[in-house]
Every structure is written in C-alpha cells, then in structure tokens.
Ligand binder design. Structure first.
Ligand SMILES: Cc1cc2nc3c(=O)[nH]c(=O)nc-3n(C[C@H](O)[C@H](O)[C@H](O)COP(=O)(O)OP(=O)(O)OC[C@H]3O[C@@H](n4cnc5c(N)ncnc54)[C@H](O)[C@@H]3O)c2cc1C
Length: 246
C-alpha cells in the first residue's frame, strides 16, 4: 500500500454518482484513477481548490470496501461549514476534487482477523464501520459483527436499507439502533444518549471482540469508558473521532 516514507500524491477524483442518505447527508462516489485501494476503516484527505487558488482540506472516512480507482464517501452537512456544504449540496456529477490517502494504521479491519467485532457508531461515525461491514460481505467470511448505532432520530440513520438487508441475510450480523433525540413509537428503549445498558459486556462473545468506536469526541469518550467498565481491555478498543477540523 505504498512506501510510508514517500509523500502521498494528490489524485484527481471525479464525481461519478451520488445520492442522499438523509436530508442532510450525501453519499458521493468518486472515480479516482490511480487510487491504490485501502483497508476498511481508513480515511482520506479531500482538497478543494477555488478559482482564485484558495484551498480547503478536510478528512473523510471511506465508506466503501476496498477497490482500485473508486472511492465512496458519506458526508454529513455541518451548518456554516466550509467544505461539507459543497460536498453535500453543490458538487455535481463530473465535478472534480483532489484526494490523498489512504490514511490510518490503527483503525482498520480485514477479513484475516478472526475475532468477533463490536462496532459502536455515533452519527456519521458509522461511515468507516460500514466499510468494515461491506468488506466482511465482499470477502464472504462469517466473522460475528455487532453494530451498535446511535443516531438522533430514525431520519438521521445512514444506510438504512443496506443495514437491514445485511442483518437479515447474515446470521452473524446484528444491528442495534439507538436514538438520542426521538425514536419510533414501539421502541423499548427511551431516547437518550448512550448508556451502559446499550453496550455488551466483554463476556457476550466466546472470545473478546475487537472493538471499533467512531463518532464525535464526547460520544467516543463515553462509549470507551462504558466498554472498559464492562470488562473490555482498553488495548482492544480502537477509536476514531470526527471532531471539528483544526
Ligand atoms: C478521521 C476523520 C474522519 C472523518 N470522516 C468523516 C466522514 O466520513 N463524514 C463526515 O461527514 N465527516 C467526517 N469527518 C469530519 C470532517 O473532516 C469535517 O470536520 C466536517 O465535514 C466539517 O467540515 P466543514 O469544512 O464543513 O466545517 P468547518 O468549516 O471545518 O467547521 C464549521 C463549524 O462547524 C464546526 N464543526 C466542524 N466539524 C464538525 C463536526 N464533525 N461536528 C460538529 N461540528 C463541527 C466547527 O467547529 C466550526 O464551528 C471526519 C473527521 C476526521 C478527523
């Protein structure tokens, strides 16, 4: 996956396709000639350049399973943001941007890892975890995956149909959705932020799982603290924070 000592080149990505995941989040499919592929969980830098030469750069996780020359990202609109409004609302098919990557050595999953996997997502933190689920599916392995996905309301859930289909056809995949602001009328769990009862203890699987937690900083801190309280080894918990860019 490239020489770590060589600077990563910027590659041109052209918008090939896109669709809305929710009213404020869009999936974009980029054709990126020369893209070397990535591991599920990794991210990329995206750079936009204005006509006057001004550039803005942000980081986005890859939502797709690894493949050459193609990248799928899902971007949540951040009000007053510089880059996300362009990616969600303005960019049109055929428009170009630049990408650099893949980046990230720790927050990765591949099918040769045998342990069960616990995924904990807050909001758009589900994006790199979806790449892991997609990679599991593509590789045809039966590794147990349990996704605990916290979103504001059902209208804020990404990949609704695909997650439902994955859990239906694959007995090894379990998906639990939690809502922080408002749920469905027959939900047993009242809406609210992540709490201890939402996450499994370390003994829930025969072998302790590898754990991946991704979301806003506060969510990640809460989830990690609960998991450690519930017996998970801190070394088995991998975290990624989608904080504001500096
Ligand atoms: C490793 C990594 C992976 C990421 N992957 C994704 C991804 O897959 N999808 C995705 O939508 N985003 C992702 N992000 C967040 C993304 O990099 C940007 O921060 C986000 O899109 C906002 O950029 P912006 O230019 O629109 O806003 P900015 O112009 O950077 O910020 C505008 C205002 O919004 C606040 N703000 C910025 N970012 C956030 C945020 N994430 N949450 C709340 N408030 C914010 C800022 O403090 C500022 O007040 C990731 C971040 C990291 C570090």
């Amino acid at each position: 996956m490239g020489d770590p000592l060589k600077p990563m080149p910027w590659l041109v990505g052209r918008l090939e396709d896109s669709w809305l995941e929710t009213r404020t989040a869009r999936t974009i499919v980029l054709d990126v000639p020369g893209w070397p592929g990535h591991d599920a969980g990794q991210h990329v830098d995206v750079r936009l350049t204005a006509e006057d030469g001004y550039t803005a750069q942000r980081t986005y996780s890859v939502a797709s399973a690894p493949e050459p020359d193609r990248l799928v990202l899902t971007v949540q609109l951040v009000g007053e943001g510089e880059v996300s409004p362009y990616l969600v609302e303005t960019m049109r098919t055929g428009d170009e941007l630049e990408v650099r990557g893949p980046i990230g050595g720790w927050f990765r999953w591949s099918e040769d890892l045998p342990e069960p996997v616990l995924l904990v997502a807050g909001g758009s933190g589900v994006v790199p975890l979806m790449a892991m689920l997609r990679q599991r599916e593509r590789a045809g392995v039966e590794t147990d995956f349990h996704l605990v996905y916290s979103a504001r309301t059902p209208d804020h859930v990404f990949y609704t149909n695909e997650l439902h289909a994955l859990a239906q056809r694959s007995p090894g995949i379990r998906v639990d959705r939690l809502y922080s602001r408002g749920g469905l009328p027959d939900d047993a769990r009242p809406p609210g932020r992540l709490r201890a009862a939402d996450l499994p203890a370390v003994g829930a699987t025969s072998v302790p799982p590898r754990v991946y937690v991704c979301g806003p900083s506060g969510f990640v801190e809460t989830a990690a603290a609960i998991l450690i309280e519930k017996g998970h080894d801190s070394g088995a918990i991998r975290t990624e924070r989608f904080g504001p860019s500096s």
